[in-house]
Write a protein that binds this ligand. Structure first.
Ligand SMILES: C[S@@+](CC[C@H](N)C(=O)[O-])C[C@H]1O[C@@H](n2cnc3c(N)ncnc32)[C@H](O)[C@@H]1O
Length: 163
């Protein structure tokens, strides 16, 4: 997929801190992914404050959004409310925990925009959630997974790998 630089525009009036915007998905990218991954039920793993979740909720019938950070999860819930969306089920926890995996059994597609540290040295172990563990955990549910794990650097804005 070609990589394009996009201006960081996120949903207007969204509740967020500057770090959420820095690591969050620009609206243009979120809408593009939501169109490509349109389905009945999707999971957004590591939803942050919900920029991507909100885009999915406009193209999918139902979205399950999971996040380990309580503050971000609360912001995501508030942002969904502000956007008037009622088809999102939020859950708190580590997405590789079996308790969460089991709750996502009805998902057709599993999406994850992983957390990647801003560092020059690249290492799979530093990505969270770990893509290998994600594939292991979610292959019991679906073979349709889209995991963004490209490492950010000065010359890159990120990318998505469709498995
Ligand atoms: C790059 S951010 C996601 C941004 C989001 N896609 C958006 O549009 O705002 C990655 C998120 O994954 C969460 N995360 C990382 N590891 C996780 C795990 N094991 N379980 C749940 N959430 C996790 C982080 O707290 C962070 O909010």
């Amino acid at each position: 997929m070609p990589r394009v630089k996009v201006k960081k525009e996120v949903a207007k009036n969204a509740l967020s801190l500057s770090e959420d915007i820095r690591f969050g998905t620009p609206e243009l990218v979120a809408d593009y992914r939501a169109e490509r991954l349109q389905c009945k039920v999707i999971a957004d793993l590591g939803c942050g404050v919900g920029f991507q979740t909100i885009a999915f909720a406009k193209t999918c019938q139902k979205v399950f959004a999971a996040e380990k950070d309580q503050r971000k999860l609360e912001y995501a819930q508030k942002n969904a409310e502000l956007a008037g969306l009622k088809n999102i089920e939020f859950m708190h926890g580590d997405v590789v925990d079996q308790a969460i995996v089991k709750r996502l059994a009805e998902c057709e597609i599993v999406f994850c925009d992983t957390e990647r540290p801003l560092e020059e040295k690249r290492s799979l172990e530093r990505i969270s959630p770990n893509p290998v563990k994600l594939v292991e955990a979610y292959s019991q549910i679906t073979s349709k997974m889209a995991i963004e794990y490209v490492f950010p650097s000065r010359s890159m804005t990120g990318g998505v790998k469709f498995l």
